[in-house]
Design a protein around this ligand. Structure first.
Ligand code: FEO
Length: 397
């Protein structure tokens, strides 16, 4: 349903309740998502972002409920990823002479996606302003939040910040504003979004927020491109991003493992016993049955990562390998690590995991434990001791 955020500013996006995977199948979205687009009626009719291509007809119908799409003068493309720019070609068929406002990198990537060099582009950079009538648009480049082209747009008057992906959530809801939805669910989704998408750019988040606050733009609402709009105490999500960007872990551990014939599982349980004895909170997740993106939230929160796999074909199980890829790709900070695993005739898994920890600059705080075939009592005792050492390291900070 169309929602009016402020006088003459409308949400005309689409709620995708059924979405369960995003970025192809890379990211799980248990609560769906929304593709938020905003229509501003001033002397110039302005659209902020569009929606993903499969929803373009519904999107244009939404616009039509307010205004004939041929009346659109300006389309701000804050970010060219197709979940936001996918309906650009369709909308521009209605208003072919509309100005497409982009960052410098945005022009490059919009052209790269749609091969339309003759669209009427207007390239902006940080601090540029565009008068649209009574109000102005102020632009702030935000490279890598989420792509090199990303930018924020601020509307003066109602003082609404449109930061595109930043501060968003993959969260489909019946209502549009943060004060209308379950706060626990909202923050679960906001953190999952941060942990899975924004983490590697945390240093940029810190700097961008400092820059944004230094501009002293009044901000009464933050309207991202996914999920709900921050209307009540909008800067709460900015403060939360500042905290998350610091990547200060909780004093907790995470044991993640996979197992073929339960030997590595029994080792994981013995490590857990060691952590329990030292009263260190932790979760133990079996990767064959755990959602990878939910796991990344647990990794984000934990100080210690204890990773276990039996040896398979001179390496590790295929359920563990993607996690090690994610550790490197997402560049988590302030972690410590330890490894364990069973083997039959070639004890390779622990060394593989420790090597990947080194590549991720995650210090290994104690030598890993390997057990041949099924663990003997002394192997399980070594695992308990490993749990205790991890616990000591977690407590030490
Ligand atoms: Fe929601 Fe980077 O696109």
């Amino acid at each position: 349903m169309i929602t009016e955020l402020a006088k003459n500013v409308f949400w005309v996006g689409v709620a995708d309740w059924g979405l369960r995977h995003f970025h192809g199948h890379e990211l799980s979205t248990h609560r769906g998502s929304t593709y938020n687009s905003y229509l501003i009626l001033d002397e110039k009719v302005t659209l902020i972002d569009t929606v993903w291509t499969p929803f373009q007809d519904e999107f244009i119908q939404n616009i039509r409920k307010i205004i004939d799409p041929s009346k659109i003068d300006i389309i701000v493309t804050n970010h060219s990823e197709v979940d936001h720019s996918g309906a650009l070609p369709a909308i521009l068929r209605h208003c072919p002479s509309a100005t497409v406002v982009v960052s410098r990198k945005g022009r490059e990537s919009v052209e790269g996606h749609y091969h339309q060099p003759n669209w009427n582009f207007h390239v902006v950079q940080t601090g540029d302003r565009l008068k649209i009538g009574k109000h102005e648009l102020v632009f702030i480049e935000a490279p890598m939040l989420h792509w090199p082209d990303s930018m924020f747009t601020c509307l003066t008057g109602p003082n609404i910040l449109f930061p595109n992906d930043a501060f968003g959530q993959h969260y489909s809801t019946e209502f549009r504003f943060n004060d209308q939805v379950n706060e626990e669910e909202l923050y679960e989704e906001a953190l999952k979004y941060y942990a899975n998408i924004i983490t590697p750019f945390s240093a940029l988040v810190t700097r961008k927020i400092q820059e944004l606050l230094a501009m002293n733009l009044p901000i009464d609402m933050i309207a991202p491109s996914h999920g709900v709009i921050w209307r009540k105490n909008p800067l709460q999500i900015v403060e939360k991003y500042q905290q998350w960007a610091a990547q200060t872990p909780e004093k907790r551990a995470l044991i993640l493992y996979d197992t073929m014939w339960n030997a590595t599982r029994r080792m994981a349980e013995a490590i857990s016993d060691g952590l329990v004895e030292a009263a260190v909170p932790h979760k133990m997740l079996h990767m064959a049955v755990t959602d990878r993106n939910d796991l990344l939230v647990e990794i984000f929160k934990a100080r210690a990562l204890v990773i276990g796999s039996p040896t398979l074909n001179r390496g590790i199980l295929p359920t563990i390998a993607p996690i090690l890829e994610d550790l490197e790709g997402l560049a988590f900070k302030n972690k410590i690590g330890a490894a364990f695993g069973s083997f039959g005739w070639n004890a390779a898994a622990v060394a593989v995991i420790e090597k990947r920890f080194a590549a991720c600059k995650i210090p290994v705080i104690a030598p890993g434990v390997s057990a041949k075939w099924q663990p003997r009592p002394e192997d399980l005792q070594a695992c308990r001791q490993l749990g205790q050492k991890v616990a000591e390291a977690v407590k030490a900070g």
